[in-house]
Design a protein around this ligand. Structure first.
Ligand code: GLN
Length: 619
């Protein structure tokens, strides 16, 4: 070992100095920068992804793909999304405007980007991975009222920025499993130059300075315009956007160029020249067949090596872990691009039919199954507000091989959904009902098979004669008032052995799935529904809360519903079992006579559609 240079202070001395200058004592310095207990400066590295030119370019996809490359190398990673808005969470956001509300295991309602992180990283996230300006201000104002600021005036800098740094360091210290993280990936919502994310950018600049050299890698994700009137890519908008970052004191180490077609070397050279970034650290993030091929593209461009160099992390790499993870992912991406053996049409009833982002996780779950089962899936979105009778339902579902009724709130289109369920049930059409789709399946069964007049949900008809779906008082006691009276987050589901559900989940009798609902099956009707043939094969382990329903396979080839959202836990390499079952059943409908040897037994319905005795409408 080379002798230590005497004039350099030791690590401990550096840390003591750091704590003295920036530590917990608010009188020690103007630079209020709270450090969590046990935090070691420089131990965790930070990759910060910032947008320029415009938002909505895929910062989350870039960030999660890069994080995946490092995770594959055996490093631990934790992402965090910083939102500029004042909402505490995304629960009150309209999916029409913002895309779907993604629910985490611990019940936090977040932006759909967290879904991208979970899917690409194959990692469960929690509330520590999502921060809004509203959360920060709430916390600061509460601290202020408690007198925690010891008589100081509370300011954007250093208090708000200090709080942001505290959150990032807390995540670095405990990650998602209580252990220090190797690399934290920070995604800042919006664009450099926005009013509302300015304090995040300043906090990150300070963080990079305080953590020291080689600790932080800033990535600028920019957009290369290609106006049709010019017919060529232009770099000026990107240059100006990156300038906003430089003005804020942030020097990007990596630039990702989002574009429709591959970005030309000329354009990349120009951007690099004006932002001090060498060509080897500029990446063309053009449109690709699937976002899941981006990690491979990054590796091909050697971006992973660049990141390791920037953060001085080459030594932490585990090549065996990397080879194994790469091979698994490669198998998956090979299947994405290979020709499909089957083709099915799946109807999805959707109020937001025009905006696919509102159903992003369902889209993804379908994509995962399509890849796994080598099937081309054509999705048909149906606006059920135009379905008024059986003939309308028949017409809308003509030629479909399966149907999904996804979650939803509000009365619009509900009767049309019930008519679609009836059609699927009486025509042996594979059915997957999710949350509201589970509830309307119960209503349909109660009305048409059990003969319960006026069966409905109190969400839609508070005084209905047959309140078969109702808001339960027990639920309020159980769940407290978080998020109003919604049940949010993951719960255990006890599954009957031998049921279709258990078969789909590989024989499991207990699974964990994520919920987001306010109404459920009224316990007083459970026995009557069961006598009429509706099987509740999944329940809360301790309370009479119905979580999965199904029809016996002698009655229907694939009819299943979940009070939870199976799409939220579907991952590329482990697609949701309920969706897999639906797609396999749809393949069977589209190819009734084929042997289907390539479709694993687990997903295949035991009987074929042919010769099914289908429960007929009695009402
Ligand atoms: N609106 C129904 C409820 O609150 C279903 C919710 C959903 O589909 N996410 O229970």
């Amino acid at each position: 070992m080379p002798p230590q240079t005497p004039e350099l202070p030791s690590e401990d001395e550096q840390d003591a100095d750091f704590l003295a200058r920036f530590g917990n004592s608010s009188e020690a310095s103007e630079n209020y920068s709270p450090i969590p207990d046990g935090y070691v400066k420089g131990r965790t590295k930070f990759v910060v992804v910032l947008g320029t030119v415009m938002s909505g370019l895929g910062k989350g996809i870039f960030s999660s793909s890069l994080a995946k490359l490092l995770k594959d190398k055996g490093l631990s990673v934790a992402p965090i999304k910083l939102e500029g808005y004042l909402n505490i969470d995304s629960g009150t956001l309209n999916p029409y405007r913002h895309g779907e509300v993604f629910v985490l295991d611990d019940g936090l309602e977040t932006d759909m980007d967290l879904g991208t992180y979970e899917r690409i990283l194959d990692q469960d996230l929690g509330r520590q991975n999502f921060l809004t300006a509203g959360q920060i201000y709430t916390e600061i104002l509460e601290r202020e009222r408690r007198g925690d600021y010891l008589g100081r005036d509370v300011q954007m800098i250093p208090h708000v920025t200090g709080e942001v740094k505290r959150k990032l360091r807390e995540l670095a210290l405990t990650g998602n499993d209580g252990k220090p993280v190797d690399v934290v990936f920070v995604e800042v919502g919006g664009t450099a130059g926005d009013y509302e994310n300015g304090f995040y950018i300043e906090a990150l600049r300070e963080l990079a300075f305080e953590e020291g050299p080689d600790s932080t890698c800033f990535v600028a994700l920019t957009y290369i315009i290609e106006p049709s009137i010019l017919g060529e890519q232009k770099s000026k908008a990107a240059q100006l956007g990156i300038k906003r970052l430089l003005e804020a004191g942030i020097q990007p180490s990596i630039i990702a160029c989002r574009a429709e077609s591959p970005v030309t070397n000329q354009v990349m050279e120009k951007i690099g020249m004006f932002s001090n970034v060498p060509m080897s650290r500029i990446f063309s993030m053009h449109d690709r067949e699937s976002i899941y091929t981006i990690p491979d593209a990054m590796r091909a461009a050697r971006l992973d090596g660049q990141i390791l160099s920037i953060l001085d992390m080459h030594e932490g790499v585990d090549p065996i872990h990397e080879d194994k993870s790469r091979a698994e992912w490669q198998q998956f991406t090979d299947r994405i691009t290979s020709p499909r053996r089957h083709k099915v049409k799946i109807a999805i009833t959707g109020k937001y039919a025009a905006l696919r982002d509102a159903y992003a996780s369902i889209d993804k779950a379908i994509e995962h199954c399509a890849t796994d089962l080598s099937t081309q899936i054509e999705t048909h979105w149906i606006d059920t507000s135009t379905i008024r009778n059986r003939a309308d339902a028949q017409e809308a579902l003509e030629g479909m091989h399966g149907i999904i009724v996804p979650g939803g709130f509000g009365l619009r289109g509900v009767e049309g959904k019930i008519l679609c369920v009836e059609h699927a049930r009486t025509h042996a059409m594979p059915y997957l009902g999710i949350c509201l789709g589970f509830q309307v399946a119960v209503i349909e069964y109660a009305r048409n098979v059990m003969g319960l007049q006026g069966a409905h949900s109190t969400e839609f008809e508070p005084d209905c004669a047959g309140a078969i779906i109702a808001e339960l008082p027990e639920q309020k006691e159980l769940e407290g008032i978080l998020g109003g009276t919604m049940r949010l987050g993951a719960q255990d589901v006890a599954i009957d052995a031998g049921s279709l559900a258990s078969r789909l989940y590989g024989g499991a009798t207990s699974v964990r799935e994520r919920f987001r609902h306010r109404y459920e099956v009224e316990p007083g009707y459970i026995d009557r529904l069961a006598e009429a043939g509706l099987r509740f094969s999944g329940r809360h382990p301790d309370y009479p809360i119905m979580q999965i329903l199904e029809l016996d396979r002698g009655v229907h080839p694939y009819f299943i519903g979940a009070q939870f959202h199976p799409e939220l836990t579907s991952r590329p390499l482990t697609p949701s079992p309920m969706f897999m079952g639906l797609v396999a059943a749809a393949i069977r409908v589209s190819e009734p006579d084929a042997a289907l040897e390539d479709v694993p037994q687990r997903w295949q319905p035991e009987d074929t559609t042919n010769g099914h005795e289908v429960a007929r409408t009695s009402g």
